[in-house]
Design a protein around this ligand. Structure first.
Ligand code: ZN
Ligand code: ZN
Length: 245
C-alpha cells in the first residue's frame, strides 16, 4: 500500500479523540468532478489540504472530516486516521471509519483507486476493523457517494482481497535506465509503457533511451508526483506500472 501520512501535508497530530470506529468502512466521494485522474498526484495533495481547510473553516470541524482518502493514483492519504472520531457521517462517526474517494459524480474510480481502497481495508482489518461496508447515504439522506460508487459498494467490487502486489516483484527485476541506454528487452518494456501512457511521440518499442524518451519519462514522473529527473529506477518503474482503467 502506498500511504501518505499527515506529515506529508504538513499537518500535526489530529486533535480528534479516540473512538473505536471498527464496524467497517463508509465510502464517501467528492460532490464535484475534480479531474484528478488526469492531473499529477501533487494536485491530489493540494486538494486534500484544501478539503481539510474547508472542513475547518466552513464546517467548523476540528480537522478534516474523514479518516482516509484514496486517490486515482493508487495512493492512500491519511485524514484523522485509524480509531479517531470523525465528522463525515453523523450517526456513525465513532463506530465506523470513513474513506473518501477523490472522484466526483461523473468520474469512475480508477482500478488503482479501487486497489488502494482494498489495500487500506486489508490493513485496517488486520488492526481489528470489522467487515462492514456502507455508503454515506446508508446513514442519512445524501447523494454521497454518488450512484457509480454506491453500485461498487453494493456489488462486492470493494470487498474482495487486494490483488497480490506484483508490481514490487517486477520492479526488483528491472534495471535503472537513463539517457544513452542501448536498445534492449528492458528498453522495449519502458517504451511500451510510455506508449501505453499516451506518449505516442516515443514512436515504437524499438530503440534506445533518447531525448524523446527522456522527455516522456519526465512527464510521467511529474504526473506521478515524484522527482522528474528523467532516470527510470526503483521509484519510476512503479509509477509506469500503475494500474488504470
Ligand atoms: Zn459523504
Ligand atoms: Zn493522487
Amino acid at each position: 500500500m502506498e500511504f501518505e501520512r499527515r506529515s506529508v501535508f504538513g499537518w500535526g497530530a489530529t486533535p480528534a479523540p479516540f473512538a473505536p470506529c471498527d464496524a467497517g468502512l463508509v465510502v464517501h466521494y467528492d460532490g464535484s468532478n475534480q479531474g484528478l485522474a488526469s492531473k499529477p498526484h501533487s494536485a491530489c495533495r493540494r486538494y486534500w489540504d484544501q478539503t481539510r481547510d474547508f472542513h475547518m473553516r466552513a464546517n467548523g470541524w476540528i480537522d478534516v472530516g474523514y479518516g482516509f482518502a484514496v486517490c486515482p493514483h493508487s495512493i492512500v492519504m491519511e485524514g484523522r486516521g485509524w480509531q479517531r472520531a470523525q465528522a463525515a457521517q453523523p450517526g456513525g462517526n465513532t463506530t465506523w471509519t470513513s474513506v473518501t474517494f477523490m472522484s466526483g459524480p461523473g468520474e469512475d474510480p480508477t482500478a488503482g483507486q479501487i486497489r488502494a481502497f482494498k489495500e487500506l481495508r486489508a490493513w485496517l482489518r488486520g488492526k481489528g476493523l470489522g467487515s462492514g461496508i456502507r455508503g454515506h447515504r446508508d446513514f442519512i439522506s445524501t447523494s454521497c457517494p454518488g450512484d457509480r460508487l454506491y453500485r461498487l459498494v453494493r456489488d462486492g467490487t470493494l470487498t474482495g482481497a487486494p490483488a497480490k502486489n506484483w508490481t514490487e516483484d517486477m520492479v526488483k527485476k528491472l534495471p535503472t535506465l537513463g539517457k544513452g541506454a542501448k536498445p534492449s528487452e528492458d528498453m522495449q518494456t519502458l517504451r511500451s509503457l510510455l506508449l501505453a501512457r499516451s506518449h505516442p511521440e516515443v514512436g515504437g518499442i524499438e530503440g534506445g533511451f533518447d531525448a524523446t524518451v527522456e522527455r516522456a519519462v519526465k512527464a510521467v514522473q511529474e504526473w506521478g508526483g515524484i522527482e522528474a529527473d528523467g532516470i527510470v529506477g526503483p521509484k519510476t518503474w512503479p509509477v509506469l506500472l500503475r494500474v488504470h482503467k
